[in-house]
Write a protein that binds this ligand. Structure first.
Ligand SMILES: Cc1ncc(COP(=O)(O)O)c(C=O)c1O
Length: 413
């Protein structure tokens, strides 16, 4: 049994305590963004009320305080993903920025005929930057497909070859909910001399991550999906690789010396952080990490799995509901994409909203996957630490009610 006191956790999230369309809000859009606890909101407000100053450049007390808090947040993020050094933790705007920076690095590395391996389940932010890098360099983007609703490991083994220079995979799919075997993929990539890139947008917020154990070369994730503010995220990279990479943005903060015709860069991690960074949000992301660590990432993962084990069979039992991804709860994270026969997912999501249940509908920024599944879109419920079994029941009830409303032919298998 999970060890979280969910009612106590919910008290930290005042936004959850509201009615939507005269129904208590059931927020199940956590894969898109999570809500923020009081601790994060207070941290943001305290920073602007008490400590606000620009970092690194000042010697006055406020500047020193802001710098100290900003770098302390970096150390919290380092410990959270078990990186060796804070030099390996770059603050970015989010997953998308991190992956774009890596694709820029790829443009320096890739030669015509080289290959970049991704999977068909990737989010657009782990596809388009690589498309661009391949287009500019003459390299080829190669896709790994699915077996039984998850990554086909045999296909992965076949697709990774000595031509492969980068393998870039989601740790957890934002549509299928499957958890990809990154450690195994990293081993395969390294056996062929390729870099292993991990899109951690849907894994880092939900499970214990150890970049050294995974042996990934890079990991990108977003603060807003893990209780932190929008506009802040992290790109982790192995120190020796980040040292080889050129900065992507240039300007203040990232330089050592500037001459009339050239410049030299600061050491890691600041070489990559041009301009005034997103100081307040980085510090508040540190507060989000404190909050998650206090609950325990293993407890969070266990609790989400408990919710999925509870709700998945109930959803599977509703006639006409198709669930995408692995059908076994033990192989899933708390993301469940589904369709209701005869109902457009946007209509389904709107109808669920009438019941106070917030789910997402659309292509989930994964059009190649949606095409591959032979559908035009899907609805998606995604769970986090403040969701309860009652939320699960409400989702199931609301789907059944929606079906009744649209066709009046409810049957439970
Ligand atoms: C798997 C995955 N990768 C990348 C992203 C992009 O994250 P962001 O928009 O925070 O950069 C998302 C966001 O939904 C995601 O789910």
């Amino acid at each position: 049994m999970a060890k979280l006191d969910i009612q106590k956790i919910r008290q930290d999230f005042p936004i959850l305590d509201q009615y939507v369309n005269d129904e208590p809000l059931v927020y199940l859009d956590n894969a898109a963004t999570t809500q923020k606890p009081n601790q994060v909101l207070t941290c943001l407000s305290d920073y602007y009320h008490q400590d606000n100053a620009n970092v690194h450049r000042g010697v006055h007390t406020l500047a020193e305080r802001a710098t100290h808090e900003y770098e302390a947040a970096r150390e919290k993020l380092r410990a959270f993903i078990k990186a060796k050094s804070t030099k390996e933790v770059l603050f970015t705007r989010g997953t998308t920025t991190g992956l774009n920076w890596l694709a820029r690095f790829a443009e320096e590395v890739l030669q015509p005929g080289d290959e970049v391996v991704v999977s068909i389940m990737e989010h657009h932010s782990n596809i388009i930057p690589w498309q661009q890098a391949c287009r500019k360099t003459g390299a080829k983007l190669v896709y790994v497909y699915l077996k039984d609703g998850q990554l086909d490991m045999l296909d992965l083994e076949n697709k990774i070859s000595d031509k492969t220079k980068f393998v870039s995979l989601a740790h957890v799919s934002n549509v299928l909910g499957c958890i990809n075997p990154i450690k195994k993929a990293a081993l395969l990539a390294h056996q062929h001399g390729a870099y292993m890139v991990v899109d951690g947008a849907q894994s880092v917020p939900h499970m214990s991550i150890d970049v050294q154990d995974l042996d990934c070369d890079f990991l990108a994730f977003s603060g807003h999906k893990m209780l932190g503010p929008t506009g802040i995220g992290v790109l982790y990279g192995k120190e020796e690789l980040l040292n080889q990479m050129s900065p992507v943005e240039f300007g203040g903060e990232m330089i050592d010396f500037v001459y009339e015709q050239e410049a030299t860069w600061k050491e890691l991690p600041w070489k990559f952080e041009a301009g005034t960074p997103n100081i307040a949000d980085a510090i508040a992301l540190g507060a989000a990490v404190d909050y998650l660590e206090n609950l325990g990432m293993d407890n969070i993962h266990a609790y989400e799995q408990e919710l999925v084990r509870y709700v998945l069979p109930k959803l599977q039992a509703i006639e006409g509901v198709t669930i995408y991804g692995p059908q076994d709860a033990s192989e899933r994270s708390g993301v469940i994409a589904f369709n209701i026969a005869g109902l457009h997912p946007h209509d389904a999501a709107t109808a669920l909203d009438y019941e106070g249940v917030a789910v997402r509908a659309g292509h989930h920024c994964a059009q190649p996957l949606i095409n591959h599944l032979g559908i035009s879109s899907a609805a998606r419920a995604s769970f986090y630490i403040y969701n309860t079994k009652e939320d699960c029941d409400k989702l199931v009830e609301a789907i059944i009610k929606t079906k009744e409303f649209f066709n009046g032919t409810l049957k439970i298998r």
